[in-house]
Design a protein around this ligand. Sequence first.
Ligand code: GAL
Length: 657
Amino acid sequence: MNRTLGVCYYPEHWPEAQWADDAARMAKLGLSHVRIGEFAWSRLEPKRGAYDFDWLRRAIDTLHAAGLKVVLGTPTATPPKWLVDEMPDMLPVGADGAVRKFGSRRHYDFSHDGYLEECKRITLTLAKAFGEHPGVTVWQTDNEYDCHNTTLSYSPAARVGFQAWLQQKYQSPDSLNRAWGNVFWSMEITEFGEIELPNLTVTEANPAHVMDFRRYASDMVVRFNKAQADIIRAHSPGRDVIHNFMGRTLAFDHFAVGADLDISSWDSYPLGFLEDRSDQGDAWKQQFARAGDPDFQAFHHDLYRATSKGRWWVMEQQPGPVNWAPHNPAPRDGMVRLWSWEAFAHGAETVSYFRWRQAPFAQEQMHAGLLAPDSIEAEGFFEAAQVAKELASLETELEANPGRADVAIVFDYASAWAWEIQPQGREFDYFRLVFDFYRSLRKLGLSVDFVPASAPELEGYPLVLIPGLFTWTPGMVDAIRTYDGQVLIGPRSGSKTDDFAIPESLPPALPANILGVRIARVETLRADTPVQLTKGGTFQFWREFLETGQGTETILTAEDGVPALVKQGNVHYLGGWPDQDLLKDILLRLTNEAGLTTKELNDGVRLRRHGKHVFAFNYSAASFDLALLGWAGTPLLGKLVLEPSGVSVVPLPDAGY
Ligand code: GAL
């Protein structure tokens, strides 16, 4: 594999006279890919049908002439004013019933058939014009689905679309009434046209109703993306189709969108995310303010790698301070380089920086680029240059792919929707739960793969975790039955049917020969009222009252005598949300049974296995001697004493594996 660097560029923001110089500097810096075009609709079609593609052709020609490969974006995240004025009902509607207006971006409704047709038209016209251009090697569909919370829209178009979707799914109003339990509170309907969207109700809407709306909304994103991907494939043979996902965004099923992509990518803003999207307290945020959370990026690298069968990029990498978080510090020296290498360690093909030059105008004028607005190199530029050099020297040493990880976590977007709809306790958040498990594994030096619940291939993993899974998808129970490694299920896994009801046999609803456990009661807890376990550790936020059958062995018990962790053969069930220390102890027990090598790491040092090598990363502000972990020899990159922001790589035996 040829690992490459790239950058996001907006030729329409700069005088044409500057393009050739920009392209030459990009190539000299060691970049290979340039993403352009994704917000340029008003310049590509200033009036309906009056296409102006000449400037884009000249821009692509200029980049191509400099030896750069173009990632061309479809401009559908920013419909122009004339189009919105032609069909104002394409605008999205918030849960508060208010229309979200023109004047920024992503002002469209995924359900709107008219807008979908417009997107197909502009995609087709662009694909015909540039599909065979030798400089265009990849197409990006739209930009960041769900950015600014745009998956859910409560528009008239969504209502009509949802009704048709439900009719297709349930066939008759009676079967819908039964599935949703509409006899409760007299919610029964007699025809599909009566169904409302689940917003602006007096108190909470029926969870089954909301769940179907979430599924419908996700399907609309899939439909939207597929429409573009199909057109691009038909007119741009041999090019890859990519989309750029976001951090901690669960509103649509990324596995389903990924099925229509050749490559997944995501936009990695470590400092913005720490401020904006972390559940950690202030001490943690302070500690990592200039480094980013040591596990957040890694989590998404691993998750998105799974959404498109292994091929993935970072499409936008933070190069300096951003503009959109509550506070926007500058990265510590070396962190832009570290983030780039962490992505490659997890198997990225390309890391592309956002953006080439800081824009002096409009919404993102305070967002850094590789260049300052006056075109002088900014800090990120020099770190990108260093990565480019290091990549060239390591290319032949590193394997093409990271290979199978130590542990698999089963991941499921529907579970995120379910627990958002019915948290039962304020802190019960699916991402937070899975992330806790992920972080604990990483703190033990383990590498992780995610596996979709919709296609659970567990073979070959010594250990599999299944936290918080809403319902047993078809195939999941069989996968557990035939799996012979160690498996940890729970909390809350298998606790609902697909119709959002409590299963007849009560959770976790597994056949007794897999796991003879019955959970008739759960409770949720304030953070200051945890449940103590007899051997130390606590359950926080969520706890279940397990009743066990004959074949199960109780491993841990709460102080009130209720089993906390039980085991039947290789299947373990965890009846609560463990604190970090307890989770570590449980995972150490399981990794031990699974025969995995662990390394206990401090808060800021992380490892990632890549083929026959191990990477080490230092997110903390203090040096760390890797000899303490048993590392020896001379690293291919970096040193055994890992400086703050340091990166080191050694072959597996030198890292003690
Ligand atoms: C991303 C987006 C970019 C830019 C960037 C700023 O979410 O895709 O267009 O807005 O954030 O950090």
